[in-house]
Design a protein. Structure first.
Length: 384
């Protein structure tokens, strides 16, 4: 089996794991939603909602105490299910989230993960690549299934193989964007004017199909923003840890990137922090983490629905790199309304667009709102 190359043999070895429960010791940064974990996650995505941060405020909410942002579960399990194919880069391609209940202070979680499908693909950026999709189920201390996620990872060639397959200059890149003073002032004004529904009920009856919801603006992206995400949700765990732990991980999994300057084995994830490696894996430079960008969509939606609403589904496909210096506007539009099993649902399209008008991520969401006719949100919801 050739290291760093997508082969028929490697694909068969990975496919043999479909449906098998997988070990997750290297995917878990937190085990419970402690006050520290909640605060660090909220800080890591730049979300100062008092529902996550202020115990006195949260005591008056439907949960009765501090809640955790739904996407904090990325810190419990990364949703990265990308087995086998040693040396082949993985790039996060999206998550299909479903939540069934609120995540409350001091909840503890166990997870079960399995590879559910593997698809071979081809395209302009990568002539031969593979999409691996894995399901993760999150169960709390009461034995209640509180969420499940299907994470999608693209397995793509790196470095010399990428150049050989695509030719020189084949990496994705749109160049550094130079902002005017007026553009930066507008971005800062929009960030500081972010609105939040808070404790006032947003009723289902007051929402109209075609309505746009208040956006959330993130950027210009800095390395500190990326480090804040790592600190909140994963540290270095996904890349084998540090020092001796990293050496042992690379011995077991052959998952590493060779530093061209030193010849030493290093974490391929350093492309999120180092431009040369980001280009080497076809991303065009330093780039954000897919779940980080998806969590910004959650920030927008939980702002809008307020304390009495509930985020039930968030399915996002990550389409383009979000490079250092980029700004992202997350926006959403109401596409439908319905009532089912006593709950009032709102369907939305969500999209992330950068300062150059490039769509970097898109998807759909489903929220549950209190209803004047049907009452408050009924939880936990029953898995379909």
């Amino acid at each position: 089996m050739s290291w760093g190359t997508i082969t028929d043999e490697g694909l068969a070895a990975a496919a043999a794991l479909i449906g098998t429960s997988l070990r997750r010791t290297r995917m878990q940064w937190i085990e419970e939603t402690s006050r520290d974990a909640i605060r660090h996650f909220a800080w890591g995505i730049g979300d100062d909602n008092p529902l996550w941060l202020d115990p006195e405020y949260a005591a008056g909410s439907p949960g009765g105490r501090l809640q955790a942002p739904p996407c904090i579960l990325y810190g419990v399990d990364s949703t990265i299910v990308a087995p086998k194919l040693p040396g082949v880069q993985w790039i996060y391609a999206g998550t299909d989230w479903t939540w069934y209940d609120r995540l409350l202070l001091d909840d503890r979680f166990t997870v079960e993960a399995k590879l559910v499908r593997q698809e071979e693909k081809s395209g302009r950026r990568f002539p031969r690549w593979v999409l691996q999709s894995g399901e993760v189920r999150y169960t709390n201390q009461a034995g209640t299934l509180v969420a499940q996620a299907v994470g999608h990872c693209a397995r793509t060639p790196r470095g010399a193989q990428l150049t050989a397959e695509k030719g020189e200059g084949g990496s994705a890149s749109h160049g550094a964007y130079r902002y005017s003073a007026d553009e930066l002032a507008t971005i800062e004004r929009e960030v500081l004017s972010e609105s939040r529904q808070g404790g006032e009920r947003l009723y289902w009856e007051d929402v109209d199909v075609g309505q746009a919801i208040p956006p959330v603006v993130k950027g210009p992206l800095s390395v500190v923003d990326i480090l804040a995400w790592y600190s909140a949700t994963q540290g270095a765990l996904h890349y084998g840890g540090a020092h001796g732990d990293a050496v042992r991980y690379r011995q077991r999994h052959a998952d590493y990137h060779v530093n061209p300057e030193t010849g030493a084995k290093d974490a391929a994830g350093r492309g999120h922090l180092e431009a040369a490696t980001g280009r080497d894996v076809g991303m065009g430079g330093v780039y954000d983490i897919g779940p980080q960008r998806i969590s910004w969509a959650q920030h927008m939606l939980t702002n809008w629905i307020g304390d009495h609403g509930f985020l039930h589904r968030l399915n996002v496909s990550v389409r383009q790199p979000n490079l250092q210096g980029d700004t992202v506007w997350w926006r959403a539009t109401v596409t439908g309304k319905r009532v089912h099993a006593g709950n009032a649902f709102v369907d939305l399209d969500v999209v992330a667009v950068n300062q150059s008008g490039i769509t970097s991520a898109l998807g759909t969401a489903v929220v549950v709102l209190p209803s004047q006719a049907h009452g408050d949100v009924v939880l936990p919801m029953t898995p379909a």
